[in-house]
Every structure is written in C-alpha cells, then in structure tokens.
Design a protein around this ligand. Structure first.
Ligand code: 9YT
Length: 131
C-alpha cells in the first residue's frame, strides 16, 4: 500500500511548478499504478491552453471557480467544487481560473515527473518523457 501526505510532498521533487500553476505528483509512473495522480493549484486570474495528445486526463475541482472551453466545439463549462471533466477525446481546451483552483488530476498513461508542456500544449508521450 502507498500512503502519502500532500503536505509532506510540498517543496520536494514531486512538487512541480510552472509560472501560473503548481502540481504535487502524489503518484507517478514509477509507482506502477498505470495512472498518475496530481493535486494541481492554478493561480487566480490565470488562463491555460493544454492539448494532451498522448494522455487521457480527468480533473476534479476541489476548490475555486473557473471555466473550461472545449476549443473543438467552442463550448464553455463552468468549473466549481464537485465538477469533474475528462478529456476522453484528447480535447484541446482552455482552462480559466477566476479564483485559485485546486484540482485533483489523473493521467493515463501516468506522467513520469519529467514532462514540461510543449509548444502545442501537450506532454511528450511516456516513452519520450522517460528518456
Ligand atoms: C488541471 C490542470 O492543470 N491540468 C493539467 C495538468 C497539470 N498542469 C499537471 O499536473 O501537470
């Protein structure tokens, strides 16, 4: 069994940050679960366009308010605590944090911890990220 405490993972190598978000990776590829599990905090007022072409991601909102726009259909959905979205079609999307958003995210395949967003908004496929 793996038991981990979010507070103890903060400021370790499992705590990854970009300009407008931080992500604590509670489970990564090397944990062998087949998915990774992150608690991601997005700065109030920030906007993010992502396109996970090589991963599926589901995201559950724990705290904060914002919206997500599906850039394929143009449809916008409100994000608030209790709402989940799943990028089952590798959907190109823009996420807006009207308030600070705290999100629980799962990636399949799992991220390794070495990924950075590429220009197209994707993370590299697992084989490349592991290199
Ligand atoms: C909700 C969200 O930001 N998803 C993207 C993944 C996040 N940046 C992470 O944990 O790598």
């Amino acid at each position: 069994m793996i038991v981990r405490d979010l507070d103890k993972l903060r400021n370790t190598d499992r705590d990854v940050a970009d300009a407008d978000w931080t992500s604590v990776r509670m489970l990564l590829a090397d944990d062998g679960m087949g998915f990774s599990f992150h608690i991601t905090t997005l700065k109030a007022g920030s906007e993010h366009t992502f396109h996970y072409k090589h991963h599926f991601e589901s995201v559950y909102c724990i705290q904060g308010r914002g919206s997500i726009t599906d850039l394929g259909s143009g449809e916008t959905h409100q994000i608030r605590p209790g709402v989940m979205y799943a990028l089952n079609l590798h959907d190109h999307h823009t996420l807006r944090a009207e308030e600070e958003l705290v999100m629980a995210c799962c990636f399949n395949p799992p991220v390794t911890g070495n990924e950075v967003h590429r220009e197209d908004g994707s993370y590299a496929p697992a084989e490349e990220a592991a290199e």
